[in-house]
Ligand binder design. Structure first.
Ligand code: GDP
Length: 301
């Protein structure tokens, strides 16, 4: 989802010579394969959008896999770039790197000041290693490697898997399925009280291009919409965007995760960037794209 959005944004900004690899074409868990890729392509700039990602269900069921795969991806892609002489690199993570009970909105400065949220601790540890590797290489070896930490993302090319997906695409699928089947109820996870922030992936891609155009970017920058939404409120917005009349049921046997996760975006705003896609607009677009993907069989499940 993120890589494709970044490619679209680079093309729209006139960058013609963009080299991409799909998961099938290049196994980022394999250091030799990553080295061979960099040696063959000799990129000027690397953007690390690849990761093993998933929602609260997928992460909490297998923290070992999220730690191992994301650690390997981060080490291979960042160190491989350095060894190949790449001078500029943008590493993407997530705001789950911050302590579970961080002050809200979460400033970049609270990194490593408290315990992590347990449901996605593996993913968070791997992303912290990746951003620290960038920071160390920049400080000690003079390359401009820096990181962007996006809040919860959604949009074009999302994963609609009911068990492993994130809340927003999963809700779209659940409400759409209920609408089409005429079901009376939709079952959602947890209590609905946690607060989350959502950013359209095209806004993130625009932020990536913006950061890469800076000569001396900060090491670590948050990117978010700045708007906090309760999961219950999100459910009503998705229900409305899909036009589904079903009633909502909350399954409190499922985890809530961290109670609040709003990132402080004052740094990126002070640099001159702000998001453009309002949640209601992004949701309407995403529901329309989901319907097309279901109709032509291309939906990612
Ligand atoms: P998180 O932001 O890392 O916690 O990951 P998610 O996007 O998976 O979940 C966000 C919040 O949405 C959590 O509080 C979940 O309990 C809640 N939620 C409600 N219904 C669902 C659902 O159907 N799927 C998922 N993944 N989360 C849900």
């Amino acid at each position: 989802m993120v890589g494709s959005a970044v490619c679209r944004a680079l093309a729209a900004n006139g960058f013609g010579n963009v080299v991409c690899r799909t998961h099938r074409e290049l196994d980022l868990l394999d250091p030799a394969a990553v080295r061979a890729f960099y040696a063959a392509e000799k990129p000027d700039v690397a953007i690390i959008a690849a990761a093993r990602v998933g929602g609260i269900g997928a992460n909490s069921a297998d923290n070992a896999r999220f730690l191992y795969e994301n650690e390997m991806i981060a080490m291979n892609t960042v160190m491989g770039a350095y060894e190949a002489g790449v001078k500029r690199l943008l590493f993407l993570g997530s705001t789950c790197i911050y302590p579970r009970l961080a002050p809200q909105p979460i400033p970049e400065s609270v990194l490593l000041t408290g315990a992590l949220e347990k449901t996605n601790e593996g993913y968070a540890l791997a992303k912290i290693s990746g951003l620290k590797l960038c920071e160390f290489l920049r400080r000690d070896r003079g390359v401009t490697y820096h990181s962007l930490m996006p809040t919860n993302l959604y949009g074009t090319g999302d994963n609609y898997d009911i068990v492993g997906g994130h809340v927003l695409p999963t809700m779209i699928r659940k409400f759409e399925t209920a609408r089409v089947n005429g079901d009376a109820k939709v079952s959602l996870w947890g209590t609905g009280t946690p607060l989350r922030e959502f950013l359209h992936v095209d806004d993130l891609a625009a932020a990536c291009v913006f950061m890469l155009k800076m000569d001396d970017p900060p090491d670590l920058v948050n990117v978010g919409s700045g708007r906090e939404v309760a999961i219950r409120e999100l459910a009503e917005l998705v229900k409305c965007a899909t036009g589904c009349p079903a009633a909502i049921e909350w399954d409190s046997s499922k985890p809530d995760g961290t109670p609040r996760k709003l990132c402080d975006t004052s740094l990126i705003r002070s640099l001159g960037w702000k998001p453009k896609i309002e949640l209601e607009e992004g949701l309407a677009r995403t529901v329309a794209e989901y319907r097309i993907a279901v109709a032509d069989g291309s939906v990612r499940l």
